[in-house]
Design a protein around this ligand. Structure first.
Ligand SMILES: [Zn+2]
Length: 181
């Protein structure tokens, strides 16, 4: 499965060019939907996603969530993703949350129609080591978040996250799911 193709398929579905199965395969249906989008956007309708098409496909979505400038989104504040070393090793923001991840978390929150609690967002290198994170953990670069939704089966949260194109690791006993892009 190709994560980039999944991202494209999801965006096309969001814009009404589906329904496409989010399978990460660049098949005829996906290419046809890409071509239809390109035609409407005034681009060459070749069905291939190059930089121009990608930009057009995601530009509006990204600008919506970066509007207020501090990285907050309609349902999440920047502080919810702060490193939890409590200021011991960093100022709480050793990186910036990835916009694509934030967009997905918003979509997850909307799909669940319930609050989503972030248990870990950004982590500085030292804190990441302390909590046993892998050295190249995506938490260090804002591309991962651990979360749960109170009252909702964690398996369900994970499967919806997957359907939205997030890569997940389920921590059943701890009751949270790691989501990354
Ligand atoms: Zn820290």
């Amino acid at each position: 499965m190709n994560a980039f193709i999944k991202k494209i398929q999801t965006a096309l579905n969001d814009r009404g060019y589906g329904p496409l199965k989010i399978d990460g395969k660049d098949g005829p249906k996906t290419q046809k939907a890409v071509a239809a989008f390109q035609k409407d956007a005034g681009l060459e309708a070749d069905g291939l996603v190059g930089p121009l098409t990608e930009n057009r496909l995601f530009r509006e979505q990204l600008s919506v969530i970066s509007l207020d400038g501090d990285g907050s989104t309609p349902h999440f504040t920047r502080a919810e993703f702060a490193c939890d070393c409590q200021g011991a090793y960093c100022d709480g923001y050793p990186g910036v949350m990835d916009l694509w991840l934030m967009l997905k978390l918003e979509a997850l929150r909307n799909a669940l129609d319930a609050p989503v609690i972030i248990t870990s967002g950004l982590r500085c290198e030292i804190r990441n080591g302390e909590v046993g994170g892998i050295p190249r953990s995506k938490h260090r670069i804002g591309q991962a978040a651990d979360l749960y939704a109170p009252g909702i089966d964690i398996n369900r949260v994970a499967s919806i996250a997957e359907s939205l194109g997030l890569t997940t690791i389920l921590y059943l006993e701890q009751g949270f799911v790691h989501c990354e892009v």
